[in-house]
Design a protein around this ligand. Structure first.
Ligand SMILES: NC(=O)c1ccc[n+]([C@@H]2O[C@H](COP(=O)([O-])OP(=O)(O)OC[C@H]3O[C@@H](n4cnc5c(N)ncnc54)[C@H](OP(=O)(O)O)[C@@H]3O)[C@@H](O)[C@H]2O)c1
Length: 316
């Protein structure tokens, strides 16, 4: 089968497309004929091997050379102990080990996968899993009138956080590059900040919820931007701050919370956020699409500074 191969950490030049043996599913796995794969910020990190947590899947080089976590496709066969899916079922979801998707076939546990809604394209289904589940968890508890700031709002997760926060009635400020301001407004942001010219953390007592997909500020800096009772959720960013916050938490006083949001891989969350997409509550923001043979170009775009929303790879 054709597959994307990453044999080292680095830039998009570390990515190639080659032939690999077709995987054989274990008794508790299904074999999927992959139709579409979407890329996330975590794929860029897994390519670079940075931040450091992206090397959990291999210190010197990735143990599984095939990148790609968010897939949609058709079940080709099911192991003996699999009862919930059978040949021909259309499924989508995030792969348990965050890798293996960018190939014509992947063998995986069915535990995290859901049935693709009838009428939804494979491209749209592949665009939902990781970004959708981040947005679903990060916006829980947001209500009408809340002021929400999303840092890294023009990317995969942030674009959906904006949409869901607006749905819950919040006023949303999106922070990203100036070139993504129109995109952020188009998907619902009331206000935008260019992080290259303005530091939102200089704002005082302004936000009820800060969702930070690119966290690099100390808890002391971010808590001052929260209103009393507000919540800062760090989703991604600098390892040192993630570890410090995850280990010790941070008490900010005046009812403010500063913490890491750990997003579980959950089929229930995936189905819940997908229902919001199919109801039209939130719109998927798709960037460009590439064929599997052009996956290196898709990674180059992911690493460049102008993608907006999700990049999707069509397979084959
Ligand atoms: N907590 C969890 O359980 C969990 C689960 C899954 C993933 N994650 C993490 O979530 C993070 C974000 O993922 P994503 O898929 O949304 O990433 P993404 O698609 O790359 O989006 C990030 C956005 O932030 C922009 N940006 C870059 N530097 C910035 C800065 N200093 N300030 C503000 N914005 C900046 C990026 O612009 P450019 O691309 O133009 O640079 C991009 O538009 C990743 O670190 C990933 O590992 C966390």
């Amino acid at each position: 089968m054709r597959a994307v191969i990453q044999d080292r950490y680095g830039t998009a030049e570390a990515i190639g497309v080659d032939d690999l043996p077709e995987p054989v599913p274990a008794d508790d796995e299904i074999l999927i004929e992959v139709k579409a794969v979407s890329l996330n910020g975590s794929d860029r990190e897994n390519l670079a091997g940075s931040p450091f947590y992206s090397r959990l899947g291999g210190l010197r080089r990735p143990r599984n050379p095939v990148p790609g976590s968010d897939v949609a496709g058709i079940v080709v066969s099911a192991g003996r102990s699999v009862t919930e899916y059978a040949k021909g079922d259309e499924v989508y979801g995030e792969l348990a080990g965050y890798r293996g998707g960018l190939a014509e076939y992947v063998a995986t546990s069915p535990r995290l996968l859901a049935r693709k809604p009838t009428g939804m394209s494979f491209m749209d289904a592949a665009a939902i899993p990781q970004a959708g589940c981040i947005a679903y968890r990060a916006t829980r508890g947001i209500g009408p009138g809340d002021r929400v700031l999303v840092n890294g709002a023009g990317g995969a997760g942030g674009s959906l956080v904006i949409g869901l926060a607006k749905h819950y009635g919040a006023t949303v400020t999106g922070v990203d590059r100036a070139a993504k301001a129109d995109h952020m407004r188009h998907i619902g942001a009331d206000d935008t900040i260019d992080f290259e010219t303005e530091d939102w953390a200089d704002h005082r007592d302004r936000y009820d919820r800060i969702v930070d997909l690119m966290g690099h500020r100390s808890p002391y800096r971010v808590h001052r931007a929260l209103r009393p009772g507000g919540q800062y959720l760090m989703v991604g960013g600098r390892t040192r701050i993630l570890l410090a916050l995850a280990a010790a938490g941070w008490s900010a006083g005046r009812g403010k919370t500063v913490k890491v949001l750990v997003v579980p891989q959950s089929r229930a969350d995936l189905e819940a956020v997908t229902a919001l997409v199919t109801e039209g509550v939130v719109t998927l923001a798709l960037d460009r699409t590439y064929s599997l043979e052009h996956a290196p170009a898709a990674f180059a775009r992911l690493a460049a500074e102008d993608h907006q929303g999700k990049i999707v790879v069509r397979v084959p």
